[in-house]
Write a protein that binds this ligand. Sequence first.
Ligand SMILES: *Cc1c(COP(=O)(O)O)cnc(C)c1O
Length: 429
Amino acid sequence: MTTASDDLIQRDRASLWHPYSSTVNSPMVYPVISASGVRLKLADEREVIDGMASWWCAIHGYNNPQLNTALEEQLNDMAHVMFGGLTHRPAVELAEQLVELTPAGLNKVFISDSGSVSVEVALKMAIQYWAAKGRPEKQRMLSLRQAYHGDTLGAMAVCDPVTGMHTLFNQVLTPHFFADAPGIAFADEWREEDIQSLQDILTEHHQDTAALILEPIVQGAGGMRFYHSEYLREARRLCDKYEVLLIADEIATGFGRSGKLFACDHAGISPDIMCVGKALTGGYMSLAATLATDELSETISAGGEGVFMHGPTFMANPLACSVALASIKLLLESGWQTKVETIEKALHKGLAPCRELANVVDVRVLGAIGVVEIDKAVDMHIVPAEFVRRGVWVRPFGKLVYIMPPYIMDKTDLGTLCQAIFEVVKELD
Ligand SMILES: *Cc1c(COP(=O)(O)O)cnc(C)c1O
């Protein structure tokens, strides 16, 4: 007898592609029938504690009454209207909120549909800015090794060349400059030499370089590394010195994840352009935004074309903007900082035993992010199932077993999550 769950799995196999997956030899996928709080309910009635917040997004957990209401109310007014020549309250209020919360000076907001698109928008803004200033030769980007900025071609071109598989797409990806990844960890002692590689490239290539793009403090999907805030301050200083714009990709780190509202706040710097996405809607819908300074927006607007060359069909979708507003309101009212600090402590404590395991290379925690780095890539045909068997949802990649739970997770569930990681990593040895 096949269950409804088996049936879905088979039909999924027949017609769907999953992220970074083969359609031939793909690991098991688990049908989910509902989600509430920090738990996902699987089609076979099992419940798992979600350690991933659906890839950084579901900061308030699932099925939140306030977020649901925001969507329902907006739905009664309108689901969508084009943004060319029209505007609406959810977009205006969201832009005002983002300007208020993000680092000083980012006063103009370009809303788009996903993180990768917001990165494309940022790169194009940088190029148009220099063209408008009579410096059309400044079209190259400077990025960091181990960076991750998204999966569209423009964004891929500024991802780490090795993990981003640049060789496969070498005819279509623009060659950019790559500085060494920051080497000094968040809590270690700062040494000037860490910025040398960035300094060298800027010295040599600043004439051609439009912008430095980086993920502030946390290099996410490219390696889950936490680096020193002095690096960020130095990068800001060097960008000013060499007339290169600074783009901060806060798509993963934004809205409290690293312990500050934005990771740039660890260094007290303002970038010229900032991307936000992922947790922007509390994990309800796809939405992202690119923020820019007045100087940047005014320069582009005064330049040759006088317009910024981008305009997604679903730009500033009212449903997505409404739920984003509700999510930000909830975040600010929820005492997020205390919650993230509590999670940080629980992860430090709960993951510490992993340090004793022979196959563990490093255990690191920052804000509501916990990482156990092991000595070989995990087998995705086995490991996720081991986590599900223990009642948790953890999806490692490569050598990294990592979690970024919803901020509402309590200590008991955090303990269960950490214990499951300890047991599964131990078995891998
Ligand atoms: C996820 C992510 C992106 C891409 O966002 P999508 O919404 O998946 O397109 C870009 N930059 C960073 C730092 C990310 O974590």
